[in-house]
Design a protein around this ligand. Structure first.
Ligand code: FES
Ligand code: FES
Length: 157
């Protein structure tokens, strides 16, 4: 199949890539741009491991065709969370609270939590639960994840 030239804004930079038209955003991020922080999970929209932000909203990159995105859309992956050497408060809090064990779900959960904390830095436990409802974690039991989001929110106030 003929590759298609795509222009994508990812983590504040513009990239032009030649991609298979049927490839998902997840495939383009990982295979064309080398951004392997975003994880392949179920590829069925059920686990949330592939979550990235598009214009501030969490989206499942395994179900998103980049050919349908506006080339001005701002895509943020887990690699775009830190600002230079400064980790995002969520990354710091996840490390402090041991909210990542195997870590496979962590990039997706960080992005879903970032979207929440960009909206409010005083989220209730219910709002946190809703924000990460689409992100499966088989290791942590979620308690440490909620505590880490809480801690990051407090530091962002
Ligand atoms: S890999 Fe996208 S939801 Fe599971
Ligand atoms: S830390 Fe292993 S799946 Fe969440």
């Amino acid at each position: 199949m003929t590759k298609q030239l795509l222009t994508l804004r990812v983590n504040g930079e513009t990239h032009t890539v030649a991609a298979e038209p049927h490839h998902t955003l997840l495939e383009v991020l990982r295979e064309e741009l080398g951004l392997t922080g975003t994880k392949h999970g179920c590829e069925l929209g059920e686990c949330g491991a592939c979550t990235v932000l598009v214009d501030g909203m969490p989206v499942l990159s395994c179900l998103t065709l980049p050919t349908l995105l506006d080339e001005r859309s701002e895509i943020v992956t887990v690699e775009g969370l830190a600002r230079g050497p400064d980790l995002h408060p969520l990354q710091v809090a996840f490390a402090e609270e041991a909210a990542a064990q195997c870590g496979y779900c962590t990039p997706g959960i960080l992005m879903a939590a970032k979207a929440l904390l960009d909206r409010t830095t005083t989220p209730s436990r219910e709002e946190m639960a809703q924000a990460i409802a689409g992100n499966l974690c088989r290791c942590t039991g979620y308690t440490a994840i909620y505590e880490a989001i809480d801690k990051a929110a407090e530091r962002m106030r």
